[in-house]
Design a protein around this ligand. Structure first.
Ligand code: CP
Length: 306
């Protein structure tokens, strides 16, 4: 039976540590890995737009010597004719060895996995989860901080619909001594189910605030997020909330000198371009890291020794 990654907790903390170690080795010795997936095929089934996740998966497989197939929008697949995700995945698993799937409906990759003969990776499902972004975030934090424990992290922006936040909170809840500061407008607070299942159940406390300025000096990691326009029910609410937080060089004056600023991207307006020049900005390194952790994950799910 094939192994799927639908939720980040489908991987143990030990396995995540191994993936980070493999990603580091790939970064240091890429040539060692260039043929490991020869004759293997990755299918990317993207029912929702993407730049980083789809292309990093494809680049990952190509750099492992494999090949890629798939579609980048639902309308170019038979989903447009009414085919179910189950039938789509059953079909694609006849052609590919592993599938990365993004879908606007929460739970779609889980449902698809019930019909697949090959490993399914959730590449983002609606406003729910995005486990491979979380692996990217964990690799980035590990590279920037040298640890995955003992720090204060601020999540800022759209914590309600931001699936990368939900997955990262869930993942970090398994590490030691992390302080969570949740910074959002009232309407975009972290969903109750994430607080219950990832934090309260594990006895982890957190602080909620609407004010980034008052907490920024406390942070070791600042995880900025975009307000997710595509998940809003009306445009007026989006327009009212979209610029709730805009990180600028002035706002960073009181931040720690070794702060790490992450953002899953795409960014709209929530980080001023001038911040890109700040050595604390880690989000472009984060983009690059995404390819290498996905290479490690593909190898693991295909049972190919690294
Ligand atoms: N971070 C992320 O999921 O980006 P894309 O939507 O471009 O894949």
């Amino acid at each position: 039976m094939s192994r799927n990654v639908i939720d980040v907790t489908d991987l143990t903390v030990e396995e995540i540590g191994e993936l980070i170690a493999v990603a580091e080795d790939i970064l240091a010795h890429p040539a060692k890995y260039q043929d490991l997936c020869k004759h293997k095929q990755l299918a990317t089934l993207f029912f929702e737009p993407s730049t980083r996740t789809r292309l990093s998966f494809e680049s990952a497989m190509l750099s492992l010597g494999g090949s890629v197939l798939g579609f980048s929008e639902a309308n170019s697949s038979s989903a447009a004719k009414g085919e179910t995700v189950g039938d789509t995945v059953r079909t694609v698993s006849c052609y590919a060895d592993i599938i990365a799937m993004r879908h606007p409906k929460e739970g779609a990759p889980y449902a698809a996995a019930q019909f697949s003969e090959v490993p399914i990776i959730n590449a983002g499902d609606g406003g729910h989860n995005h486990p491979t972004q979380t692996l990217t975030d964990l690799l980035t934090i590990h590279r920037e901080k040298g640890r995955l424990s003992n720090f204060t992290i601020g999540f800022c922006g759209d914590l309600k619909f931001g699936r990368t936040v939900h997955s990262l909170v869930n993942a970090l809840s398994r590490y030691e001594n992390i302080r969570y500061i949740l910074i959002s407008p009232e309407e975009l607070k972290l969903p109750r189910y994430v607080k219950e299942e990832s934090l309260k159940k594990r006895g982890i406390s957190y602080t909620q605030t609407t004010d980034l300025d008052s907490v920024i000096p406390e942070l070791d990691v600042l995880y900025m997020t975009r307000v997710q326009r595509e998940r809003f029910f009306n445009e007026e609410d989006y327009l009212r909330l979209k610029d709730s937080y805009v990180l600028t060089p002035e706002k960073l004056v009181h931040a720690k000198p070794d702060l790490s600023i992450l953002h899953p991207l795409p960014r709209v307006n929530e980080i001023a371009v001038a911040v890109d020049r700040d050595p604390r900005a880690a989000y472009w390194k984060q983009v690059k890291n995404g390819k290498f952790i996905r290479m490690a994950l593909i190898l693991k799910l295909l049972n190919i020794p690294a």
